[in-house]
Write a protein that binds this ligand. Structure first.
Ligand SMILES: Nc1ncnc2c1ncn2[C@@H]1O[C@H](COP(=O)(O)OP(=O)(O)O)[C@@H](O)[C@H]1O
Ligand SMILES: [Mg+2]
Length: 374
């Protein structure tokens, strides 16, 4: 039986990973030379896939991958760091050393009942134990383990540290520790361009200029389409020559979203027993995405303010190029500029829109298409 060759919403590796040669070269050389880096780019553009694929291929290096998404307090931060180190230690045969290095947190190991994978938790749950200083100590523990274990560290979604009320103190402590760890490479990645800039490009922040900044752009159209076309071909359904222009017309930037659309197109082609996927499948594939995502869209639309919804609809229908123009204000029936500004702020906080090179964008291209129709 044919299987759908496209994947989205996961870290991609092996055959599912489209190489990004020049970026990989830069990232690899930074990892090897001990140069810390801050990599930012929009969600689903491929940051985590790129950085983990490169890190896993480094000779004799072991990856500690920490995801800071939605951390709320110092305990979350320490827990994520300790869990990541313990997972690496378990896979690389230095679990005992790592367990004793984190002994004050009283870590325990258990096994996931579904897949048997080891999971780690901390049984020292006293809130008062976890302070910015404990985070600094956790970084010191990584460094002491690095002496024998040769590690590289990824702090993914690093901007979420800013969600924690004590973030200035936390960032100061982290920075003061990391600056003395010259033999260990850190990659800080983040989806929130402006927040990453706030951390790494603002002179008031302790992390200012402490890492090489790499702004990630989408995979080039030709590279991506060579990869997608090959995937179609190998799976027994070819991509017709009119498929690429029909998808490109939708102006979808993130690789993950393009993969999601291709996955739907492939399913429809397989269902109809087609040997070729052409542009006529794009509309039904978008409908299929709406079918899956619609309840999420309804949730957003019903939980935002009327002006936020008007603004989003206006952006989807008229573009985001000039949201303060008379034309846009008339078209969206939003009269005042201050309403537009505060609606943008609210929507940005909910991560429904984001700003790229000073222009607002709706995060999901499918949500944008859905909004343009209601
Ligand atoms: N190099 C790549 N080759 C193919 N698909 C990719 C690549 N990078 C990202 N993707 C697609 O994007 C999705 C999200 O990738 P991910 O690395 O999690 O992005 P990010 O960390 O930027 O949010 C993946 O599931 C996959 O569909
Ligand atoms: Mg990611």
């Amino acid at each position: 039986m044919k299987t759908n060759p496209f994947s989205y919403g996961v870290i991609v590796t092996g055959e599912d990973y489209c190489p990004r040669t020049s970026l990989e070269k830069t990232v690899r050389s930074n990892f090897l030379s001990g140069q810390n880096m801050a990599l930012h780019g929009e969600r689903r553009i491929g940051k985590t896939s790129l950085i983990t694929n490169v890190a896993k291929k480094l000779p004799k290096k072991r990856l500690v991958y920490v995801d800071f998404l939605f951390v709320n307090n110092p305990m979350d931060v320490v827990e994520r760091i300790a869990q990541a180190v313990l997972e690496t230690a378990n896979a690389s045969g230095f679990l005992k050393t790592a367990m004793s290095a984190f002994s004050s947190l009283r870590p325990t190991m258990s096994f996931d009942p579904f897949n048997g994978a080891p999971t780690f938790s901390l049984t020292n749950t006293s809130d008062s134990h976890y302070t910015p200083k404990t985070i600094e100590e956790a970084l010191q523990t990584i460094y002491s383990l690095n002496e024998k274990q040769n590690l590289v560290v990824i702090f993914d979604e690093f901007q979420d540290i800013l969600r924690i009320p004590q973030s200035p103190e936390i960032l100061a402590k982290m920075r003061s520790r990391i600056q003395f760890q010259s033999k260990l490479s850190y990659a800080f990645t983040g989806s929130h361009r402006s927040k990453m800039e706030q951390i790494f490009s603002n002179p008031d922040n302790p992390f200012y200029k402490s890492a090489m900044t790499i702004a990630m752009d989408p995979i080039s159209g030709d590279d991506l389409w060579a990869f997608l076309t090959e995937k179609f071909k190998k799976s027994g359904i070819r991509a017709a020559s009119d498929l690429r222009p029909a998808i490109e017309e939708l102006k979808i930037e993130a690789t993950g979203d393009i993969q999601q659309l291709c996955k739907m197109i492939w399913d429809i082609a397989a269902e109809r027993n087609l040997k070729k996927a052409d542009n006529s499948l794009v509309s039904p594939a978008i409908e299929a995405v709406f079918g899956i995502e619609k309840s999420g869209y309804d949730d957003i639309a019903s939980s935002i303010s009327p002006s936020q919804l008007k603004l989003l609809k206006g952006m989807a229908k008229m573009g985001t190029g000039n949201i303060y123009s008379n034309e846009f204000r008339e078209g969206s029936s939003l009269i005042s500029s201050s309403t537009i500004t505060s609606a943008c702020k609210g929507l940005e906080q909910r991560r429904v829109i984001y700003k790229k090179r000073n222009v607002w964008k709706i995060d999901s291209p499918f949500f944008r298409l859905w909004l343009s129709r209601i």
